[in-house]
Design a protein around this ligand. Structure first.
Ligand SMILES: Nc1nc2c(ncn2[C@@H]2O[C@H](COP(=O)(O)OP(=O)(O)OP(=O)(O)O)[C@@H](O)[C@H]2O)c(=O)[nH]1
Length: 368
């Protein structure tokens, strides 16, 4: 059932490759349990045991590999292959060559434990600030690893000979804690996939599809928060509003797709010039805004002048043609006494209007 759910999740949640690994992991677990039921058919215990324990390790390692892919963690496949080889050879040795009940039953479980701990670590370390779903998934992987380690240690305590009392205890852990932890783990992984999807949707709803910078909604949401934070740190916050000059004639003269190229290239150039934490948004058409904070007010306003020169000095290439581009800039200081973004945008818009009236390709400053 879990395998089917994960297959459906892979299919309907953007066909991410790692979701396919989660599906494979649960599908192999299902096969393993089916083989468990068919145990009497297998004549040789060592063959049956090697098969079942291999499937268990493959299932858990595939899950960890899925988490590695999702989090883009740099972890060599040799770690996984090595863990499997150690798990398989140990289990085979202690079941078929030199029979040791404790090691035969626990060896592969310790490999599963290591793999689950790896998953927990990968999930938790994926983001600087893990999301609630990730914290939940990391914790449940840890709980599952602890339950398995307890089961493995009980099995190991038997020593060379099977011990009915310890096997009874082992079965209690195996049939109570483990299924609950297993189901809990799958629910949290599903929750994590759904939370990834929700975050992607949110980010899409806030991104301008052409220039890939924030759209009006995204900019308003993030900029207002940042303004308060900058003010708390006593930094000067400025808003730069810029509008490409005579953009309509660029569209008319070179075509709409060349106009799009101008929008994309100019945004990219501006993005490269400002700092990584400066926010850039497209308010609509050929109108953009940047929220910047610098130690000095003059540093902040100088950025606009540098951007104006940057755009004017290099035409934008679209196919074989070179399109000269200039822009008009309006800059406003956002003081702590008037931190409203809406207000700042209106003032900066007026400053741009003035820059256009004064002949375009210039920067106009305005105080709030
Ligand atoms: N290629 C392209 N054009 C767009 C897009 N969005 C808006 N436009 C065009 O941008 C043009 C904006 O023109 P105006 O508002 O008259 O401004 P302008 O021609 O830049 O004139 P000034 O701002 O006064 O210098 C319009 O022709 C819109 O059709 C877009 O995504 N792609």
């Amino acid at each position: 059932m879990l395998a089917v759910i994960f297959f459906m999740a892979w299919h309907s949640m953007g066909k991410q490759r790692f979701a396919l690994f989660f599906f494979a992991s649960f599908a192999i677990s299902a096969v393993m349990w089916a083989i468990n039921l068919a145990k009497p058919i297998f004549g040789q215990v060592s063959f049956y045991w090697s098969l079942v324990t291999s499937l268990s390790m493959i299932a858990v390692l595939l899950g960890t590999w899925g988490h590695k892919l999702r989090a883009n963690t740099r972890l060599s496949p040799y770690v996984f292959i090595g863990l499997f080889i150690i798990g398989f050879s140990g289990t085979f040795y202690f079941s078929a060559i030199d029979r040791h009940a404790g090691l035969m039953m626990s060896w592969y479980l310790y490999v599963d434990v290591i793999s689950l701990l790896l998953s927990s670590w990968i999930i938790y370390r994926h983001r600087v600030k893990p999301r609630p779903a990730e914290i939940g998934a990391a914790v449940i992987h840890l709980i599952f690893a602890i339950c398995l380690a307890v089961a493995a240690s009980i099995a190991l305590a038997q020593g060379r000979q099977f011990d009915p009392e310890l096997i009874a205890l082992y079965s209690i852990v195996n049939f109570t804690a483990l299924p609950a932890a297993y189901v809990g783990m799958s629910v949290f992984v599903l929750y994590m996939l759904a939370s990834d999807l929700a975050e992607d949707m949110k980010s899409l709803a806030m991104t301008d599809p052409l220039t890939l910078c924030l759209n009006r909604r995204g900019f308003f949401e993030q900029a207002q928060q940042q303004i308060y934070q900058y003010h708390q740190r006593n930094q000067h916050v400025c808003l730069i509003y810029w509008d490409i000059d005579k953009f309509k004639s660029i569209n008319d003269n070179y075509g709409h797709s060349a106009g799009d190229t101008v929008l994309i290239t100019t945004t990219r150039r501006v993005q490269r010039h400002i700092k990584r934490h400066d926010l850039i948004g497209r308010l609509g058409g050929e109108e953009f805004v940047i929220l910047i904070a610098r130690a000095e007010y003059r540093d902040a306003v100088n950025v606009a002048e540098r951007l104006r020169v940057l755009l004017a000095k290099r035409p934008v290439k679209s196919g074989k043609v070179k399109i000269p581009v200039t822009a008009s800039f309006g800059v406003v200081d956002i003081p702590p006494s008037s931190p409203e973004l809406e207000n700042a945008i209106n003032l900066a818009d007026k400053a741009v209007y003035l820059a256009k009236e004064q002949g375009r390709n210039q920067v106009v400053f305005s105080q709030a």
